[in-house]
Design a protein around this ligand. Sequence first.
Ligand code: ADP
Ligand code: MG
Length: 299
Amino acid sequence: MSLKNASIVYRMESGEGRRVWSGVSLDIHRGEWIAVVGPNGSGKSTLASVLLGLNPLSEGQVQRRTNAVTQATRGVLQLPEAQFIGETIAEELDFLPQAGQLTAGERRSWYAEVLAAVGLSLSPERTMATLSGGQKQLVNLAAALAAGPEILLLDEPTAMLDPASRKEVREAVRQAHQRGTTIVWISHRLEEVADASRVVGFGAGRITFDGEPREFFYGEAGEKSEGFEEYEETEKIEKLKKFDKSEKVKKFEKSSPCVELGFDPPFVIQTAMHLLEQGLTLDPLPLNMEELAEVISCR
Ligand code: ADP
Ligand code: MG
């Protein structure tokens, strides 16, 4: 699916148009995991509503492989309750087109299957109101996945959840991705970005960054891991001696798209930046604790 030069202009009560999204072009490839980041009001949820077919474009085009928007793209949004139609889990799942083709007997095992796909083993008779926030989002995720979407869209689904529930949602999304679902995950949590194969950054209604996570965090240094590998050992030591530490960090922060978008890089990235500042060569530049531990223990 792709967006070509898409813009959205909202009509204000005064009749005046307010352009909140302009010139957005984005190709979403099958099997990708795209993390969408950006400050509040930068147009991320607008992307969600465009991809879900809820918001017509004022300019530009959206191209989909099929026209069945509801089947091709399914989403889980920020507020768990906002998406419920049914009163119980069973009622909620009965709204899926798949349910219509099943007998009452078949449905019982189908409910269990759909819930198990996100690690839930709840009675389908449970009313939504009795579920925790995390369970609600997992039910929403289960319903979205049961529709077999090509693209799973998540708009800050973990914003209201505790760390344990966040982890469960993340794990269920990882498994869906492994089964071949394309993921578009809008998030405020930069640690959720490390799972992505691609980062799209929004600033004031425009795409300001589109690239790999390493490049997003480390800037140009992440495009090609920077180091002194090409130098002989003695030369390396000479280079390190001359090295101005503060310069290097300044350079990182200036060229890091993550910092440019107003985010503090996650702890691991900051740690790695400080190690680089001390003159260490980290190759590859780490994106998570495991990678950091590995790159240091290999030295
Ligand atoms: P984000 O999800 O990144 O916080 P949104 O996509 O929700 O940002 O909003 C982008 C901009 O569009 C904001 O300035 C917001 O106020 C504006 N906006 C969103 N929906 C409407 C609407 N229905 N009418 C007018 N302005 C809107
Ligand atoms: Mg939003």
